[in-house]
Design a protein around this ligand. Structure first.
Ligand code: AHG
Length: 338
């Protein structure tokens, strides 16, 4: 069959009425920016881009040079196209306005420019995650409050993983699709249409070093997975943890599995580790559109009403039946099952 490029796919989606011309342009621009980020990350030590930038981001975390570079690439690429009302980045405290005199559009773009950046220096996959919302009618200078929409209102979400190959995974709410970058030609080519995550799995991803800090239902759930065939689950489970959410989620989107970053005593005050607007919501949309599930352990992630641009939440996502077991244990422990 003839290869389908991202551009051709976007034309098909427009014809089907799933997206408008402005959203199509937005995705093209983001994909182009991600190709540039892929080139920068791919240069490694030769590009002089490894190591710390010597600055901190809004989350109080040390920024890598590539965090800063990737953020600038995405901001610069999206400033002039006329498809955006504003954008927000995990790396910046406040939303970025479109410069005066530039055309503006109807969309709000949120992104984590380089997720898993602590892995860059050791040459392990990193990625970009993004989410697209509609700018509320009549708002010309969007502020943080205008971005605070539940994940169910997302118009699009995607991630790009910079790994052995560069892969874009995308949803508009009509299934989840994968594109692989043909590096010689410079185009993203459709490699999987209508991805389905198997409902059941025997593989889980979690940072086990936090075990002693977890809440009781998480202790019980993972304890049962580790007990394997001899335990109540009656089967052996395998474990993987890349510590790059994009890479862990991409494995789940490819062969199933579950990913957990639960609440624990160390991070209880901040509400979780991962960010609702830049990580949890877009990944939840992608996973749900592939037949998986995404919860906080207690409720569906996409139904949360965001309280802040940089809000953090617990994340349970992946193969539906398994996420349901873990969520059930939490609700049962809370006495919320009636
Ligand atoms: P960062 O972008 O600061 O490197 O954070 C990475 C995120 C996410 O990608 C990953 O799943 C998780 O943090 C890993 O956290 P731990 O290091 O606590 O395992």
């Amino acid at each position: 069959m003839k290869p389908v490029s991202l551009i051709q796919f976007l034309i098909e989606e427009r014809r089907a009425g799933n997206i408008n011309a402005e959203l199509s342009l937005l995705i093209e621009v983001v994909a182009r920016a991600c190709k540039r980020i892929g080139v920068a990350t791919g240069k490694g030590a030769l590009g002089g881009v490894l190591g710390e930038a010597g600055t901190g981001n809004i989350q109080g975390e040390a920024q890598k040079k590539l965090d800063v570079i990737s953020n600038e690439i995405l901001l610069e690429a999206n400033a002039w196209g006329g498809h955006l009302a504003a954008c927000a980045s995990e790396e910046m405290e406040d939303p970025q306005q479109i410069p005066d005199g530039y055309p503006k559009g109807q969309h709000l773009l949120l992104f984590d420019p380089l997720d898993g950046s602590s892995n860059i220096d050791v040459n392990i996959s990193v990625g970009t995650i993004f989410s697209v919302l509609r700018c509320p009618d009549g708002v010309t200078e969007p502020k943080a409050e205008h971005f605070l929409q539940p994940g169910t209102t997302q118009l699009a979400a995607g991630y790009v993983v910079y790994g052995p190959s560069t892969v874009l995974v995308l949803t508009f709410g009509y299934g989840t699709h994968e594109f692989t970058l043909d590096r010689e030609v410079g185009s993203f080519i459709l490699s999987r249409r209508g991805i389905r995550i198997p409902e059941a799995t025997a593989e889980f991803a979690i940072n086990m070093s936090n075990q002693r800090h977890w809440q009781a239902p998480m202790q019980r759930y993972v304890g049962e997975l580790l007990a394997g065939k001899e335990g109540p689950r009656g089967k052996d489970f395998n474990m993987r943890w890349v510590a790059s959410m994009v890479a862990d989620v991409h494995r789940i989107v490819t062969r199933g599995g579950v990913f957990y970053y639960p609440l624990d005593a160390k991070i209880e005050k901040q509400g979780g580790k991962l960010r609702l607007m830049y990580e949890a919501n877009p990944m939840a949309f992608i996973v749900e559109q592939a037949g998986g599930a995404a919860t906080t352990g207690r409720q569906r992630i996409m139904e949360l009403q965001p309280g802040g641009l940089h809000q953090r939440v617990p994340v349970f996502l992946g193969s539906k039946a398994e996420v349901e077991v873990a969520t059930h244990y939490h609700l049962e422990a809370d006495g919320a099952l009636g």
